[in-house]
Design a protein. Structure first.
Length: 335
């Protein structure tokens, strides 16, 4: 059993390993309690402190989640793991390798990358062979903190993409909604098979017989694959400056009744849709109609993205009906 392949959390992973090792729940309970006490006793040791946060022994805001634990293990493996005495208080790893990994945390040529590189270079030491190195535990701690900051910052703008993709407004994203978002906002990078694989890798909510993406998982997907950035959203809407979004929102609202009628006509013309798919598109149109009428109370950007996606996609299906794929549950598992 490996944490990399689990959707559970570290406390459960550790406990199940103890249960598997000793075979009896009572003994596993005792061993787990002893482990927790030992971790608390040595909590001032950085390596133990990191593990304690993985075990969720701190306040919720300080604890590490599943994706952060995976990122720690990814960095740990990249650095070569531990090849010497596991009880050594310090492990030194080459600075060059430590710097190479940060490309997987922050996109190159971004301010996040520059800041993280500066932080890591400040950790530089020289080992007995006069080679530049960094302390592995200190380095991994910096990596996790920066990763968290980047994810939290990303959530601020991917919320627009998520709200736009959540066309039926149920708080999660289906495969169909994800592919629509990907196809139109990241058109230059869109490959259907790869997009489905990406969705499969991150989807985490089972609802109405299909897997979905929660907002948190969607945020991690965006960070780790550099997708749906604020700049990309602006490019999709053809906004030259931030202020343009309000003007576009006003124009869209003023023309909405005509646009809505056009959508209704198109949906009647698209004969390739089965009854359920037609119902889904009709529901999406109803949601958009509701949002447009409340546009003055909301951030217009996700609504504008959703309207443009529906416009482009319904036109595409009419123009290229043979390219349309009925996205049913087996599709998710057959690719």
């Amino acid at each position: 059993m490996c944490i990399r392949d689990r959707h559970g959390e570290m406390p459960l992973y550790v406990y199940l390993n103890l249960l598997n090792q000793y075979g009896f729940k009572k003994i596993a309970d005792q061993k787990f309690a002893i482990l927790v006490l030992s971790v608390r006793k040595h909590i001032k040791v950085l390596r133990v402190n990191i593990f304690a946060r993985m075990l969720e022994l701190f306040d919720t805001r300080l604890n590490y989640g599943v994706e952060e634990v995976k990122k720690y293990l990814e960095a740990f493996d990249y650095l070569g793991g531990v090849n010497s005495d596991p009880y050594e208080m310090r492990y030194l790893v080459p600075l060059s390798k430590a710097l190479e990994f940060i490309k997987q945390i922050a996109g190159k040529d971004t301010s996040d990358f520059t800041e993280l590189r500066t932080d890591i270079e400040a950790l530089r030491e020289v080992d007995s062979k006069k080679q530049p190195v960094v302390d592995m535990d200190v380095y991994l701690s910096h990596i996790l903190e920066k990763y968290r900051l980047i994810v939290n910052k990303t959530k601020a703008f991917v919320g627009n993409a998520f709200a736009a993709a959540d066309l039926d407004a149920n708080g999660m994203i289906t495969l169909h909604e994800f592919l629509l978002l990907f196809r139109h906002i990241e058109s230059e990078n869109f490959d259907k098979e790869q997009a489905v694989g990406l969705f499969q890798r991150y989807c985490d909510v089972f609802h109405e017989d299909e897997m979905n993406l929660s907002f948190d998982k969607f945020s991690f997907l965006c960070v780790e694959n550099h997708l749906f950035s604020d700049q990309q959203q602006d490019l999709f809407l053809q906004l030259s400056k931030k202020e343009d979004v309000k003007a576009l929102g006003q124009t869209t609202a003023e023309r909405w009744e005509v646009t809505k009628t056009d959508f209704e006509i198109r949906l009647r013309q698209i004969t390739i849709l089965d009854r359920k798919e037609l119902q889904n598109w009709t529901k999406i149109l109803e949601v958009l109609d509701s949002r447009i009428h409340k546009l003055h109370e909301m951030d217009p950007k996700p609504i504008l993205i959703a309207v443009k996606i529906m416009d482009l996609e319904t036109k595409r299906i009419l123009r290229e009906p043979v390219s349309y794929t009925h996205l049913t549950l087996p599709t998710i598992y057959s690719v």
